[in-house]
Ligand binder design. Structure first.
Ligand SMILES: Cc1cc2nc3c(=O)[nH]c(=O)nc-3n(C[C@H](O)[C@H](O)[C@H](O)COP(=O)(O)O)c2cc1C
Length: 143
């Protein structure tokens, strides 16, 4: 089964840490949506979209990438890191239009120093930690 994960390296590389650990233990191709706005996803059996949450949404690079490159009726899984809470709505709106089936979702805390949080040294310090990373790897292995 061919799997790819489309991800974005942005705020503190929190999501990047998770995705790179998954790639070390599972057979997946990684696509950085910040560097690469297009890819042919048709040959993959399952596609993951992984992102931090920014103003309650997946990163714009991921949303644009999915809108542009995801073909209809694909199996998809979602991974996010967040300072406060997970929110999959932005990507799910695109997936609905493309009749994708979401086979699993994984989220965990990610170190956040945005805006006022910087003044207090950030929130969710130390995350993703080893346990978060292991949980993410297990999540993909179990798909
Ligand atoms: C501009 C900005 C906006 C953010 N908005 C939210 C938000 O709406 N909800 C939330 O839970 N976390 C929010 N965060 C925290 C990030 O989702 C969190 O730090 C995440 O792990 C960042 O992932 P990354 O390091 O892979 O970019 C925001 C961070 C930034 C920089």
């Amino acid at each position: 089964m061919r799997k790819a994960i489309v991800y974005a390296l942005v705020h503190h590389g929190n999501t990047d840490k998770i995705v790179k650990s998954i790639a070390e233990e599972c057979q997946v191709d990684l696509i950085d949506a910040v560097k690469q706005s297009d890819a042919d996803l048709r040959s993959y059996d399952m596609i993951g979209f992984a992102s931090g949450i920014y103003f309650s949404k997946f990163h714009q690079s991921i949303l644009k990438f999915a809108e542009k490159n995801l073909s209809d009726d694909k199996k998809v899984f979602l991974i996010c890191t967040y300072g406060g809470s997970a929110n999959y709505r932005s990507i799910e709106q695109i997936l609905d239009k493309k009749h994708a089936s979401v086979v699993g979702k994984f989220g965990c805390k990610g170190y956040d120093t945005f805006g006022p949080f910087k003044l207090v040294g950030g929130i969710a310090k130390g995350h993703p930690d080893d346990k978060d990373i292991q949980n993410a790897v297990e999540f993909v292995k179990d798909l």
